[in-house]
Ligand binder design. Structure first.
Ligand SMILES: [Zn+2]
Length: 138
């Protein structure tokens, strides 16, 4: 996740620069020499190129992550999909793909049955995972 955060921060700072440059050119156009406008335009173009390359990096990062997740899913067989809520103590289990269960205090939920392990929670640490899985050699 850190790599993605880094990409996102660079993307946002490039975006900020582009907005600043666009504002300068628009507001100050009447007193700006053509040479200065050209310099700003060059910087603008550099940032646009940087944003495009960051955009591609982010897409690539997602694609790699997805492939990795899918490989892991294929190599894992779910025997039991269940968690224990650390707030109310209830154990909830999802027994089939669309069997969405929420604990009695409403803090955590499970879903996915034996197809995938989906959890929703308000804070990390709200539940203890009691699922059972076995590795499948591919
Ligand atoms: Zn609960």
């Amino acid at each position: 996740m850190n790599k993605l955060e880094g990409l996102f921060n660079r993307f946002m700072s490039a975006k900020h620069e582009v907005q600043n440059l666009a504002a300068i050119v628009q507001n100050d156009g009447a007193t700006t020499t053509n040479e200065e406008v050209k310099q700003w335009d060059l910087r603008f173009q550099e940032h646009v190129t940087e944003m495009q390359s960051l955009h591609n990096d982010v897409l690539k990062h997602y694609a790699e992550q997805n492939d990795e997740k899918i490989k892991q899913r294929r190599q894992t067989k779910i025997i039991r999909n269940r968690i224990k809520c650390n707030r109310c103590g209830q154990i909830i289990e999802s027994v089939s793909r669309h069997d969405f269960k929420t604990c009695k205090c409403g803090s955590v939920s499970v879903d996915g049955g034996k197809d995938y392990l989906r959890r929703s929670f308000k804070e990390k640490g709200d539940y203890e995972d009691l699922s059972e899985t076995v590795g499948v050699s591919s």
